[in-house]
Write a protein that binds this ligand. Structure first.
Ligand SMILES: Nc1ncnc2c1ncn2[C@@H]1O[C@H](COP(=O)(O)OP(=O)(O)OP(=O)(O)O)[C@@H](O)[C@H]1O
Length: 447
């Protein structure tokens, strides 16, 4: 399930919730209240608790509870790879205050390799694996892997495909067949990314970076060739920080567009979370109504429930297109994707407000319920559905024949069913043949 992970200021403690699922608790202590004399403040006032799927303490390597990059990979990276190999789209994104460890977690350093290179190392790299790497800087998309001899990178357009969703036009795609190639591409992209010195961080990433691995797996399903295309989006967001009037104009413009896209991300997350909660409450109202139909039937009006009405309320509009970031991550945030958010926070007491805002952001995100599905080839799906339909018609026909209906009625009905059955049975081999031809063409995997 979608999860949230936190690098915690305080050591994680494990507790069980009432519904017995295991959460890690992130404790946040207000440094101002903390410094007042003991007993003067109620301990509940000082302590804010947030429950997440995982919680990591990675400040002191000597600490017995220190969470290494390997541990984070085993918890999160392995599930990303498992989801992709099953044919799902997966997204993992790091959000947090500037300098709190997003790039460290996603990319790492030479001595402490992060999630993205580890995922590349274990990925099944083959001719059908393609990488793209882009950055969003001041609301403009740039290709991080297509600099060539040019000094200035061109701005790419974001477009929306009616079925596949938003995509970046002319973004370069790179076939990767071994780990060394993958690392070279990653390094090239990271070097091309825009960084600058800020108060908190001397090499702060000033853009959002999206690294995408797309796999095409050729499989055999019910003796039919098929393709599953899955996508892993690994996103390192630019750091959130307050504007400082002493910064130069470029830094201020960058800061305001970073903040604009992060604010939009926050609005999108809140709206999605609200919609998910409304759908949940609507589902429970529906099940309550169907369980106790006799007593509730007359008094509950469920006419709006098809829209997730929850007592007549409508679903919120999701403003994906208000920023390039949310537009490109549309599917990852509220659609066909298994998504993990990593929230990074600083261990410093002076970052208390930013830490709290990051944790609240993450707590909101945790309420979103996505609907991931395996990205099956449309023709294979059609054949599978036709076969199911054929089986259904056959059993209907059989049950009509077994029943002793009046001969004239049953003959007419049998005739109609037999026609439908025949038509569908003929379609299956025809579609299978077309599919074999299409998939056995040499270019099919990369088209
Ligand atoms: N858990 C950690 N262990 C060791 N070093 C860390 C850890 N987290 C962050 N650092 C170091 O702190 C510095 C800032 O981290 P990083 O670049 O990952 O921050 P960031 O959140 O990506 O910042 P920005 O948003 O400004 O780009 C780096 O030098 C990084 O190596």
């Amino acid at each position: 399930p979608p999860g949230v992970s936190v690098i915690s200021r305080y050591r994680p403690q494990i507790f069980k919730t009432a519904c017995t699922s295991l959460y890690r608790l992130c404790l946040c202590v207000d440094p101002q209240l903390d410094s007042r004399s003991e007993g003067a403040v109620d301990s509940r006032e000082k302590l804010l608790e947030f429950g997440f799927d995982y919680c990591y303490w990675s400040v002191d390597a000597e600490d017995p509870q220190y969470a290494s990059q390997e541990e984070v990979f085993q918890d999160l990276g392995v599930s990303v790879l498992a989801g992709a190999s099953e044919g799902y789209n997966v997204c993992l994104f790091a959000y947090g205050q500037t300098g709190s460890g997003k790039t460290y977690t996603m990319m790492g350093s030479q001595d402490s390799i992060g999630l993205t290179p580890r995922i590349c190392e274990v990925s099944p790299l083959a001719a059908a694996t393609r990488f793209t790497f882009l950055e969003i800087y001041n609301e403009r998309v740039r290709d991080l892997l297509k600099l060539g001899g040019q000094k200035k990178r061109e701005t790419l357009r974001v477009r929306e495909h009616p079925e596949k969703g938003p995509y970046v036009q002319d973004l370069s795609q790179h076939v990767v067949t071994d780990y060394k190639q993958a690392l070279d591409l990653l390094e090239e992209g990271v070097t091309n990314r825009i960084t600058a010195a800020t108060h908190n961080h001397e090499a702060s990433s000033r853009s959002h970076a999206i690294f995408t691995i797309q796999y095409t797996q050729a499989i055999l399903e019910n003796n039919l060739p098929s393709e599953i295309v899955s996508k892993i989006n690994l996103v390192d967001l630019a750091g959130s920080e307050r504007a400082d009037p002493h910064y130069c104009r470029d830094r201020l413009t960058e800061g305001s567009s970073i903040n604009k896209s992060l604010v939009t991300l926050g609005i999108v997350i809140s709206a999605l979370a609200q919609n998910s909660q409304m759908s949940n409450s609507c589902q429970s109202i529906n099940s309550m109504a169907s369980e106790g139909e006799g007593s509730l039937g007359g008094s509950l009006n469920l006419s709006n429930s098809g829209r997730g009405g929850g007592g007549g309320r409508r679903h919120c509009f999701i403003p994906y297109r208000d920023s390039v970031l949310t537009w490109l991550l549309k599917d990852s945030l509220g659609g066909n994707s298994k998504t993990i958010m990593i929230a990074t926070v600083s261990p410093s007491g002076s970052s208390y407000n930013e830490t709290l805002s990051t944790l609240r952001y993450a707590a909101h995100a945790k309420n979103i319920v996505n609907k991931p599905r395996v990205n099956e080839d449309a023709s294979v799906r059609l054949i599978r559905e036709l076969r199911q339909e054929v089986d259904r018609l056959k059993s209907m026909l059989l049950s009509f024949q077994m029943r002793n209906l009046s001969p004239s009625l049953s003959e007419e009905r049998d005739g109609n069913l037999s026609d439908m059955l025949l038509q569908n049975e003929l379609k299956v081999p025809l579609l299978s043949l077309l599919l074999w031809r299409r998939l056995s063409a040499p270019s099919s995997l990369l088209d």
